[in-house]
Each structure stands twice: as structure tokens, then as C-alpha cells.
Ligand binder design. Structure first.
Ligand code: ADP
Length: 384
């Protein structure tokens, strides 16, 4: 039987106990919810999300959504499992968004750069406007690579979880309040509404207890754990921008990778996805930078990442790159920077776990969420 969904404050919610509570319905939290319903349908589950589904300000909706094979040996199995799970999750509804590259002219991912071994007869039709073959004479095409929409993935996983009995509460900000005397996690759920002047306010708050709480709140997760539980972790977060490059692309254009930067074909142009390498302090308010003295929406770190690969991808040095006038003009989101750089989960105390995806969630996120689901089911919840 399907679970209940609370979308707004008008729907009454009675304080109750759940076996499992997941904070955050981005792709990591939603995937975990789905795996938990598959492996442990007898455990009651609430998924609590501050925004909508998927949250338009979350990292998932702006994620690159690019899977490729260049992963270190120790992550290879997780990456392969994720590829299989992506295929299942996205194809089950007849929506084939993971597109393996059939060959040099098809979708895939082309790594371009002076450091790669030459591939004979390399040229990818349609890339004349983006790549300078003189500056970047070498390329390697990853024909097993594929692209997908991480926002769609979050939505599909959450839908599957609800259909399989998970409850979902939207527009609710969870606050961690530690453990009660019986060892159960206490969580305060602040139900949010919007005033006439578009201000988000707390309408009411309700306490719930849970046997297990997983913090899957993306970039906010480590901060929530620190404030609510006193759990200090080495994880960081960064505000990552993804500007647009107005060079024509087709659905058959490959993703281009040069250095740490990705160019992903989208809606007839490209999305520029720089690495989120620089951690920003908690509370940092992103502001734009300046380009030859003129204010732009791209912050300095984004400009630097673009400058590094401009030689080989000359389109980035033209007005095809949309710099915006202020920060609001450039799509951007906070992403988690897990210590070690790869998606991970860890136990924080007897009843709390942290699940972090970050920018490499495209590659191994689903398998890490599944590992945690298995772990949570193994660990018996405290009796109520
Ligand atoms: P990930 O890729 O790790 O899933 P996202 O940023 O896409 O990362 O998802 C994290 C989700 O957690 C966002 O949708 C965000 O709105 C939600 N979130 C963050 N803090 C809270 C909170 N305190 N209570 C409920 N949801 C939260």
C-alpha cells in the first residue's frame, strides 16, 4: 500500500514514531528510501524534505548526471553497480536516459587534453566550434559513458519508495535533537509555509522519534550533524555554479571533459560543469566576480576553473559563455565535499547516520545508498 504524503501545513500531521527517518529527499535520500522499502518493507519510514521534489535548490537537480569509467580501482565495483542500478531505476518506466555511447559519433564522453594517448582518426563531428584540435590533439572516447538527469532519478526513487509504503513530508525542515532515554533519535520537524511577501516561515513544529535517522541533507548534512548532535566531521561544502555555453549541440553530441571541467550537451547548447574543488565556509553568501572590471555572475573560482582549460576549448573564451550580471543569473547549488572526495556513509552515534553524495554521486552514489540500506537493516532498531 502507498505511503502518505504531506505537502503543505494545511494537512494535519500527528506526532508519531518511525523505525526509520531520512532527512533530505535529494537523490541520495530518495535512493536510500527506495532501497529500504525493497529490503525492509516491514520497517516504517518517513522521508522529510525541506523543499519540493526534487528541491529546485538542491544539488541533485543541477548535478552533471554523467557516468564514466575513469574511476580509481577501489571505486570501480561501486561505479559498475551504480551503472546497473541507474539503468534499472531509469529504464523501468520506459525512460532511457542513460545513454551508452555506441561509437565515435554518438553520445559518450570524450576526454580531451594533451596528456592522453592519441586515438587514431579522432574527430567528433559537430565539435568544431568547441574544441581546438591544434591545442588538444589527443582524445579518448569513453563509449561506456552515459548521461542522465539526476533530478529525474531523485523523483523516480522517491515515487518508488512512496508506492512501496514510505511516507513523505515536503516543506519541512528537520532539526536533530539527539537521543531520548530509550536510545531513540528525537527529531523536530518545522513545517514551512510562505507569506504573501514570499518569505519562508515556520508555521508549526512537531516532534517525532525514530529508531534510526539518516541525514541525507546534501551540503547541509555535516552542519546539521554538528549543530544537532555535536558530531564534528571532516566534510565540507561548496557553492558550485554551472554556467551555460551557447554553442550548438545535438542529442548525439558527446560530453567533453578537459582537466576537471565537463561540458555537457543540454537543450541545444552546453552546460559548463567546473569541479567544486574549493570548500566554502558555512554561512558564505555567494557573490559574483569581475571580468575585465565588469561585474559578472560567475564567481572568481568558477572563472579560474574555466580559464585553466580555455586554450583547448576556445569557445569558453568567446561570448558564447554566458557570464551573467549577478549571481542570480547563473544556475548554482551547494554541493557536499565528502572527506576523501567520494560518496560515503558513516555512523554518527547509536541512532544517527550521515549519507553524503557530493559531485561524484553520479558515479557511485546509488551503490553507496544501497550499502547503507543493507547496513541499516542489519543493525536492529531499538525496541519501542
Ligand atoms: P544529494 O545529492 O546528497 O541528495 P541534494 O542537495 O540534492 O544532495 O539533496 C539534499 C536535500 O536535503 C535537499 O533537497 C534539501 O532541501 C534537503 N535538506 C537540507 N537540509 C534539510 C533539513 N534540515 N530538513 C529537511 N530537508 C533538508
Amino acid at each position: 500500500m502507498s505511503g502518505q504524503v504531506w505537502a503543505h501545513v494545511g494537512q494535519p500531521f500527528v506526532s508519531t514514531h518511525y523505525d526509520l527517518l531520512i532527512v533530505g529527499a535529494g537523490r541520495m535520500g530518495a535512493a536510500l528510501a527506495r532501497f529500504l522499502r525493497e529490503t525492509a518493507p516491514h520497517l516504517s519510514l518517513l522521508l522529510a524534505e525541506e523543499g519540493g521534489l526534487p528541491n529546485e535548490e538542491g544539488a541533485s537537480i543541477l548535478a552533471a548526471g554523467v557516468w564514466h569509467t575513469r574511476v580509481p580501482q577501489e571505486q570501480r565495483q561501486r561505479a559498475e553497480d551504480t551503472r546497473t542500478l541507474l539503468g534499472e531505476a531509469l529504464n523501468a518506466c520506459g525512460l532511457l536516459e542513460l545513454r551508452p555511447g555506441p561509437g565515435i559519433a554518438g553520445p559518450g564522453i570524450a576526454e580531451v587534453g594533451p596528456g592522453f594517448s592519441p586515438v587514431s582518426e579522432f574527430w567528433i563531428p559537430g565539435l568544431e566550434g568547441v574544441v581546438d584540435p591544434q591545442a588538444l590533439p589527443f582524445a579518448r572516447l569513453d563509449t561506456r559513458a552515459g548521461t542522465y538527469s539526476a533530478g529525474t532519478l531523485a523523483l523516480k526513487c522517491a515515487n518508488a519508495a512512496i508506492t512501496a509504503g514510505a511516507d513523505l513530508m515536503l516543506n519541512v525542515r528537520a532539526e536533530l535533537c539527539g537521543l531520548d532515554s530509550a536510545g531513540r533519535a528525537q527529531v523536530r520537524l518545522h513545517r514551512l509555509s510562505v507569506t504573501n511577501t514570499h518569505e519562508v516561515v515556520v508555521d508549526s513544529s512537531v516532534n517525532v522519534t525514530a529508531g534510526r535517522v539518516v541525514v541525507a541533507a546534501g551540503a547541509a548534512g555535516p552542519h546539521l550533524a554538528e549543530v544537532g548532535l555535536g558530531a564534528v566531521t571532516p566534510h565540507r561544502s561548496a557553492y558550485r555554479q554551472t554556467p551555460r555555453l551557447e554553442v550548438p549541440s545535438t542529442p548525439a553530441s558527446p560530453v567533453l571533459q578537459s582537466g576537471g571541467l565537463l561540458l555537457r550537451p543540454r537543450d541545444g547548447g552546453y552546460t559548463v560543469i567546473p569541479p567544486a574543488a574549493h570548500p566554502d565556509p558555512w554561512g558564505y553568501v555567494p557573490t559574483g566576480g569581475r571580468l575585465v572590471g565588469v561585474p559578472v555572475g560567475l564567481r572568481r573560482e568558477t572563472l579560474n576553473a574555466v580559464l585553466e582549460v580555455m586554450d583547448g576549448l576556445p569557445a569558453l573564451a568567446t561570448e558564447a559563455l554566458v557570464p551573467g550580471r549577478s549571481i542570480a543569473d547563473i544556475p548554482g547549488a551547494w554541493v557536499a565535499l565528502p572527506g576523501g572526495g567520494w560518496p560515503l556513509w558513516e555512523q554518527l552515534d547509536a541512532a544517527h547516520w550521515l549519507l553524503l553524495g557530493g559531485e561524484r554521486a553520479d558515479l557511485t552514489g546509488l551503490s553507496v545508498a544501497r550499502e547503507l540500506a543493507e547496513e541499516l537493516v542489519k543493525a536492529e532498531a531499538p525496541s519501542v
